[in-house]
Write a protein that binds this ligand. Structure first.
Ligand SMILES: NC(=O)c1ccc[n+]([C@@H]2O[C@H](COP(=O)([O-])OP(=O)(O)OC[C@H]3O[C@@H](n4cnc5c(N)ncnc54)[C@H](O)[C@@H]3O)[C@@H](O)[C@H]2O)c1
Length: 343
């Protein structure tokens, strides 16, 4: 797994460890302080390499040493605002990083499945008001979204040029999801981490773009999609290609809705105000059509938005109260698995 120290990577490392999988991690750093990675003690479970995905020789060496059966590529420069400040770093990490990982896979025998994680922002968003389907054109207004569109094009070229023509070649799927929420996220300029930083510090929170509609979902929803995708790819090379993992239509809600729900649930005072300053361009509307994942993978979001918000608020409240965050996170994974079986 690349990006095993990040927000998604930490949840997935724990989940895979609980399942008994042997996971090796490749990341450049632990991106935040605090982090779920440190709080949950993931270093003890995962042999790891501190490697830059921009360095092909180093990535290839790590992949060759780990000899993985399944590669989950999640390392990225994952922030829109930072992509405005440093577009080159964003493209180098997200585009050449994807090339380097796929090239390492291509030149290492034994890899059977690759799940490439991009974003719901990989689509060329003309704000036409309809949900994106997997074969819609890729694009992106800002360097981050655009780099994810490019990473999709890179994956498509590797699939068509190298992997699909080889009957024993790796089976490559791309997962597109976004606007994930959950405990253990301290990402800069992300809504829930911003709210929780304010809540934990007792400081008022500044909210940007309150009317922007996003397909919010708990992080375990897309992670369960990536795992189902890996399983299907293992069985069926025909599953290669792009897959959307978005919530039910009713869970695409404005920023203001999420803020109001979190404020209502937080066991303490939480004050917010609208930041009317200048902000980089962000699409007003982004919706995903995930019927392919629902029909062909049997994937459904295990938690609806309300349950996802509830779990997220409980996670940060437990942190505030000094709980064992490994135990809290493991318990939420179990809760999610039970809910998924019912969904
Ligand atoms: N969190 C979200 O809301 C969201 C939404 C859509 C897509 N995604 C995508 O999901 C993936 C994981 O996102 P996240 O939220 O966990 O991100 P994160 O910022 O929490 O973690 C990023 C991870 O990538 C690693 N990384 C960054 N640059 C690297 C480099 N040059 N070389 C090696 N490793 C590097 C970091 O060390 C870390 O492990 C990314 O591809 C991101 O674009 C995330």
């Amino acid at each position: 797994m690349t990006g095993h120290t990040g927000f998604k990577g930490s949840w997935l490392s724990l989940w895979l460890a609980d399942m008994g999988a042997q996971v090796s991690g490749l990341s450049i750093d632990v991106p935040t302080e605090p982090s779920l990675y440190a709080l949950a003690g993931i270093a003890g479970d995962v042999p790891e390499a501190w490697t830059d995905v921009r360095d092909f020789a180093a990535v290839a060496e790590v992949v060759r040493a780990a000899r993985p059966e399944v590669v989950l590529h999640m390392a990225a420069q994952a922030f829109v605002r930072r992509s405005f400040q440093d577009p080159r770093e964003t493209y180098e990490t997200n585009v050449m990083g994807a090339v380097n990982v796929l090239e390492a896979v291509r030149t290492t025998p034994g890899v059977r499945v690759v799940v490439n994680v991009t974003s719901d922002k990989c689509y060329d968003n003309r704000e036409e008001g309809r949900p994106f389907r997997e074969d819609d054109p890729k694009g992106g207004h800002d360097p981050y979204s655009n780099s994810k569109g490019c990473a999709e094009l890179v994956a498509d070229a590797y699939l068509r040029s190298f992997f699909a023509p080889d009957p024993d070649g790796p089976r490559l799927g791309s997962g597109r999801a976004g606007n994930v929420i959950g405990g253990g996220d301290w990402g800069e300029d992300r809504l829930v981490p911003d709210i929780m930083r304010g809540a934990l510090a007792g400081a008022p929170i500044q909210i940007r773009n309150p009317a922007a509609v996003r397909p919010w979902q708990h992080v375990l929803n897309p992670l369960s999609g990536y795992l189902k995708l890996a399983e299907l790819l293992w069985e069926d090379p025909g599953a290669a290609g792009g897959w959307n993992f978005g919530p039910d239509a009713g869970d695409a809600q404005p920023v203001a809705h999420l803020v109001e729900r979190v404020t209502a649930d937080w066991p303490g005072e939480l004050v917010w105000e609208i930041d009317a300053g200048e902000h980089p361009h962000e699409a007003a509307l982004l919706l995903l059509d995930s019927s392919k994942a629902r029909e062909d993978l049997g994937w459904v979001p295990g938690w609806a938005l309300d349950q996802g918000i509830d779990a997220t608020v409980r996670w940060y409240a437990a942190l505030r109260d000094g709980a064992d965050m490994r135990a809290v996170t493991d318990a939420q994974i179990e809760e999610f698995e039970t809910a998924s079986q019912r969904a």
